[in-house]
Write a protein that binds this ligand. Structure first.
Ligand SMILES: [Zn+2]
Length: 273
């Protein structure tokens, strides 16, 4: 029987080794794997800030706003500052036009864009007629990433803005106009209303000259339009076309408002009904 007892001893030894060394190792490896899978956003090599956690916002009803009331002659000009892989750019000529013409607008800022442009973010936040909102951190295709990654993209952008200017967005625009029920619901749980647009200006197309852009936007604009353009250099002729777009639409009796104003007047009307 000495053989059996020896085998038993060996088995016991193996169990002890497993319990003492291998099991914790497996757990750690599992955690690391989990962490990788859910690592929402890769650490940014450009990260200059340790972000402050934001106070939680009250959840909102999931919905997508893509236009305002068709009964009111109001238009919301919106500009996206998309985070790109290349160093971010900022077309300050656009802000100059908005300031000069006292035109309210909503700007959706990428988290990484803010990280690259802290001074501009602070400058924009000081303009009372400009609304700053969330355009995700790294500009991913949201419908192709996990729930946790979506949450992290939104959360980190909230934190970036909160760290820089002490307030956080309540609106969010998905990159590439890509969203689904899942994206909308996750955003709503974080207190963010998803905002799309009813009129894509076409300004990322280099073939859209200043003249074409003016003609297209002013012809297509309607009551309650949410128009999307770019402020990060993706709009080729946006800054040149903007003064004329604003002037022509105002001459036709339109008033420019922020997206939040557009939503408020819609809610007020719904309340009255
Ligand atoms: Zn974008």
């Amino acid at each position: 029987m000495p053989n059996i007892s020896h085998a038993r001893k060996l088995r016991l030894k193996k169990r002890i080794v497993f319990a003492a060394f291998l099991f914790p190792l497996l757990i750690t490896a599992g955690r690391a794997e989990n962490g990788r899978r859910h690592t929402n956003v890769p650490p940014s090599p450009l990260s200059k800030y340790s972000f402050h956690p934001t106070p939680s916002l009250r959840p909102v009803l999931p919905r997508v706003v893509s236009h305002g009331l068709s009964s009111e002659k109001t238009i919301a000009l919106t500009f996206d500052a998309c985070s790109t892989h290349a160093p971010s750019r900022y077309d300050e000529r656009i802000t100059e036009v908005l300031v000069k013409t006292h035109t309210p607008a909503t700007i959706f800022l990428g988290g990484k864009w803010m990280e690259d442009e802290p001074a501009q973010t602070k400058y924009l936040s000081a303009l009372p007629f400009i609304e700053l909102e969330n355009h995700t951190f790294y500009h991913p295709h949201l419908t192709k990433i996990s729930n946790e990654q979506i949450r992290e993209e939104l959360r980190r952008t909230q934190e970036a803005m909160y760290t820089l200017i002490g307030r956080q967005p309540t609106l969010f625009r998905p990159p590439y106009g890509e969203y689904d029920k899942r994206v909308e619901t996750i955003a709503a749980a974080l207190g963010l209303t998803t905002v799309e647009y009813s009129l894509a200006s076409g300004d990322p197309d280099p073939h859209f000259s200043k003249e074409v852009l003016i003609k297209y936007v002013t012809t297509m604009a309607r009551n309650g339009s949410i128009i999307v353009m770019h402020i990060n250099g993706r709009g080729w002729h946006t800054a040149e076309a903007l003064p004329e777009i604003i002037a022509r639409l105002r001459a036709r009796g339109f008033t420019f408002v922020t997206v939040k104003d557009l939503i408020h007047s819609e809610e007020k009307t719904a309340h009255r009904k």
